[in-house]
Design a protein around this ligand. Sequence first.
Ligand code: CA2
Length: 148
Amino acid sequence: MSTQTVMVLSGPNLNLLGEREPEVYGADTLEDHMEVARRAAATHGLDVEHMQSNHEGELVDAIHAARDDCAAIVINPGAFTHYAWAIHDALAAFEGPVIEVHLSNPAAREPWRHTSVVAPVAAGTIAGFGGDGYRLAMDAVAALLASS
Ligand code: CA2
């Protein structure tokens, strides 16, 4: 059997990680987090493909492309989490497991962050554990793929 690939998607402004707001999002860069994700995935025999975009349509296109060659999606949609129904609809059309990841815990922040339009189409959400969330997400993906 060929190696399965997990598509990791990062939404708007996450390219700024490590440069601003370390008190909220930590000091690690997005690439540091992807290194953690790749290493965690490898322990489960999984590959990672990563894409970051500040544009909703590009994330929708990446979700569509994942339908052809990815077994699962791990997504931190950034602020799109709270209102981007096009991302919700694209994820709903993806057949494999979807895991929503947040570095911070949106439920403990401003009220407008308490709604996620992605959560209803995710197998589960991992929030508030910083970059460790990507390792936890890969463990969850591996367990879900093994049981499917
Ligand atoms: O906690 C998370 O991972 C979030 O998805 C991050 C989003 C936020 O809108 C969500 O409510 C929760 C924001 C990402 C912005 O990242 C920045 C990083 C450095 C400097 C400024 C923004």
